[in-house]
Design a protein around this ligand. Structure first.
Ligand code: BJW
Length: 235
């Protein structure tokens, strides 16, 4: 194959928008209905835990009612058929990549279906509500919080992500506004390592000018056609 041997793909809320999950920064998005500093910071959680636990319980319940779209399914096809190395990094806390068929997904901002114990720091698979203060399955303390990364906290597995960015041939960013670091800086990391960079998004993101190529449109159309391109021509 002539094409890239190593691909890093970063996804954001835009890839799940057509499944019916609100993005953060669009009109009618999550941050229009909730103040970021109230629901997505450790300080907000300390101030009003019921508000934050209720917000994530509501989103976890909503997640069970939606299904993956053709963009998630196309990335799963790519994972199965691509002969090189592929790292799929998502900022999303939903599980639509997994339900769409992807076996290896790195959730850098955590997962809705996981709880983090503030007492023993164990991460446990979680489908139920948290607002009723259930005990941690490991230490039994009633100190569970959503296992998600809030502003001011360190995203998961950054070492592994930066190592992959240093050696990738192609970096593809899908459905993210480029407003939140460190993910917004991945394109520059990849470029400085010599990778080609491609953005697939509904509209130009904050970092569009940093990409070699930007394709605009809905993820459910752009992603399947890009995947076919890679599998047929190797790019
Ligand atoms: C479609 C579409 C369709 C729509 N098809 N596309 C000043 C400068 C630089 C950095 C900082 C700074 N001050 C503070 C910071 C750091 C801070 C930060 O970035 N702040 C910014 C506000 C500037 N970052 C942090 O604190 C992070 N931690 C950190 O930096 O630790 C230190 C560190 C140091 C060195 C290395 C590493 C770390 C933590 C950030 C945590 C973010 N958490 C959230 C919440 C997660 C839990 C939850 O879901 O509630 O993560 S915030 C929220 O934003 C969520 C998302 O993952 C993230 C990104 O959003 P995303 O996915 O881009 O969504 P949108 O809505 O913004 O965009 C959607 C896009 O899709 C749009 O472009 C649409 O057009 C498009 N779209 N429909 C295709 N159908």
């Amino acid at each position: 194959m002539n094409g890239p041997n190593r691909i890093v793909i970063l996804t954001g809320a835009g890839i799940s928008a057509e499944s019916g999950i609100d993005t953060f920064r669009s009109a009618g998005g999550l941050w229009e209905q909730h103040r970021i500093e109230d629901v997505a910071t450790p300080e907000g959680f300390a101030r009003d835990p019921d508000l934050v636990l209720g917000f994530y319980d509501m989103r976890r319940a909503a997640l069970a009612t939606v299904t993956p779209n053709p963009a998630h399914e196309a990335l799963a096809r790519l994972e199965r058929a691509f002969s090189g190395e592929l790292l799929l990094v998502t900022q999303n806390v939903d599980d639509l990549h997994e339900r769409g068929g992807s076996a290896q997904v790195l959730h850098m901002h955590g997962e809705l279906n996981s709880a983090l114990c503030t007492c023993c720091e164990t991460r446990s698979p979680w489908r139920a509500t948290l607002i009723d203060r259930p005990p941690c399955p490991v230490c039994r303390a009633p100190g569970l919080r959503p296992d998600v990364v809030w502003f001011g906290e360190m995203p998961y597995q950054m070492g592994r992500i930066y190592r992959a960015l240093e050696t990738c041939d192609l970096f593809v960013s899908i459905g993210t506004s480029g407003a939140v670091y460190p993910a917004a800086g991945f394109v520059q990391e990849a470029r400085s390592s010599g990778a080609r960079t491609l953005e697939l998004n509904l509209e130009p993101s904050e970092g569009s000018r940093l990409f070699h190529e930007t394709r605009l449109g809905p993820a459910s159309q752009l992603v399947p056609s890009w995947v076919e391109e890679v599998l047929q021509t190797g790019i």
